[in-house]
Design a binder for this molecule. Structure first.
Ligand code: GAP
Length: 466
């Protein structure tokens, strides 16, 4: 079904609310702009992405270990990282309506307009407020750090910050982790967690938020080994997008960042970008951060963070290769990628209406199996509930549903991305078999009731969408 990008985004946002993935936050108070609640299916989807990531990059690897550090760390950490001085976005304010915008976003939007002449680069002074056509102020640098106070006094001595990235925790713990885990470069430290940025213009649903989650690895290497490690993590990134999130290769672009646009300490940076319904936008990052982070934390803490390599008898400050993933943004990419919209006749009027199926890879589906008794009679509900319990005991997320027609029950499961529905019917009582209905092909077949748990386990294991 041909559908505009705006319409697709509207349908996705309304499906997310209607089916319990993501709700507007504080709705009972009229909502709180740009804050969203993850509902029961949304949190399952997010946790599944996070758990796949942790399994792949921490548990399955000998050279990466995980940590969990506080959201509020010593304020010196942010002085060392440069966030207090430099973590800002260019802000302009309309002199008439006082709306605030990111200057770089205004320029980008103009440059993306059809017929834009690259030979005559646009200046900010040429742009008027999109809301009221007013003039803008000069550009101001707006720091994105969210500030708070620790303890009973609100004075300069009690100022603290909510972390704007998880990475710093890996630099402050590097020495402890290295020594207690008996690791030596090359090895990485991983962390997943909530971070905060006082974004000027959050928006596009859960794409740009003030509070979101990241999954990051800081991989410590000998400076000569940095180019190899960078390539290795680039391949890992690609494989993650293709094999786990199942994003089509056409929808992911690995954008090599020019030297002029890179952070001054970065030797190489690539931003993986995803084709969201509202355009090609950053999904994550990969950077060779050189020895900048450890050197800065060393300078401000006074601790020696260098590494003595006993094999070569040399001392050096490791370079850091940093692959970073936005977890919240990955949820949006997975929802956008796997939302399939076609047309169906409405039962009431016979008119066409959009029909939505979330064709998640089964490993990411919030609910793996739905169990239906065909009717509420003849012992079917009892048998169906027993099957649901048998699946749950194995850690498989299940939904039991006995209300409405079978067609409606299938439709509901399609909309939340459940790969398999099992129906207990009259034949189950006589032949001991059930119907399995596949989400993607909508085909059905019978299999022994006793085989259902194995069927689901095997299919999840294969990660195949049947
Ligand atoms: N440690 C490096 C770092 O934090 P970043 O590019 O600023 O790099 C990493 O952030 C990722 O975090 C981004 O690629 C994006 O996926 C996610 N991210 C950044 N700002 C975000 C926001 N306001 N809302 C949601 N996700 C965001």
């Amino acid at each position: 079904m041909s559908i505009s990008h705006e319409k697709k985004m509207d349908l996705l946002v309304s499906l997310c609310k209607r089916r319990g993935f993501v709700y507007p936050d504080s709705e009972i108070y009229g909502g709180f702009a740009n804050a969203w609640d993850f509902g029961p299916y949304g949190i399952e989807l997010k946790n599944n992405i996070r758990d796949e990531w942790w399994m792949r990059f921490v548990k399955m690897r000998d050279d990466v270990v995980g940590i969990d550090t506080p959201i509020i760390q010593h304020p010196k950490v942010w002085e060392a990282s440069g966030h207090l001085q430099n973590f800002s976005d260019p802000l302009v304010e309309c002199k008439k309506c006082h709306r605030r915008f990111r200057a770089d976003h205004l320029l980008e939007a103009k440059q993306a307009e059809p017929g834009y002449d690259k030979e005559k680069p646009i200046q900010l002074s040429d742009i008027r407020c999109p809301n009221c056509a007013g003039e803008f102020t000069d550009v101001m640098n707006f720091n994105l750090m969210l500030k708070t106070f620790i303890g009973v006094k609100e004075d300069s001595a009690s100022v603290a910050y909510l972390r704007p990235e998880t990475a710093a925790g890996m630099f402050t713990t590097w020495m402890n982790v290295r020594d207690t885990m008996r690791k030596k470069p090359p090895f990485g430290i991983a962390q997943v967690g909530r971070v905060f940025r006082n974004e000027i213009t959050p928006g596009n649903f859960i794409f740009r938020l003030r509070e979101f989650e990241q999954m990051e690895i800081e991989y410590f290497v000998h400076p000569d080994d940095a180019p190899r490690a960078f390539e290795m993590w680039l391949e890992e990134y690609k494989s993650w997008c293709t094999d786990v999130l199942k994003l089509k290769s056409d929808n992911v672009v690995y954008h090599e960042i020019d030297e002029v646009d890179r952070a001054f300490y970065s030797k190489r940076s690539i931003d993986p970008e995803y084709r969201f319904p509202f355009g090609l936008k950053e999904l994550g990052g990969l950077a060779n951060r050189t020895d900048w982070d450890l050197s800065r934390q060393q300078e401000l803490s006074g601790e020696d963070l260098s590494w003595f390599d006993a094999d070569s008898g040399t001392r050096y400050t490791p370079f850091v290769i940093e692959p970073t993933w936005g977890l919240t943004r990955s949820v949006l990419a997975v929802l956008s990628e796997h939302l399939d919209i076609d047309e169906a006749d409405t039962a009431e009027t016979g008119e066409k209406e959009p029909r939505m199926v979330l064709r998640f890879p089964p490993r990411l589906s919030p609910i793996k199996a739905a169990i239906f008794p065909l009717t509420k009679k003849e012992g079917m509900p009892e048998l169906a509930k027993k099957l649901a319990a048998d699946l749950r005991v194995q850690g498989i997320t299940v939904e039991y549903d006995e209300s409405g027609s079978i067609g409606k029950r299938y439709r509901r499961q399609d909309e939340i991305g459940t790969p398999w529905c099992f129906t207990i019917d009259g034949e189950t009582m006589t032949s001991g078999t059930v119907t399995v209905r596949y989400r993607d092909s909508m085909s059905q077949e019978r299999l022994p009731l006793a085989d259902v748990v194995h069927f689901v386990q095997n299919h999840i294991q294969r990660n195949s969408v049947l």
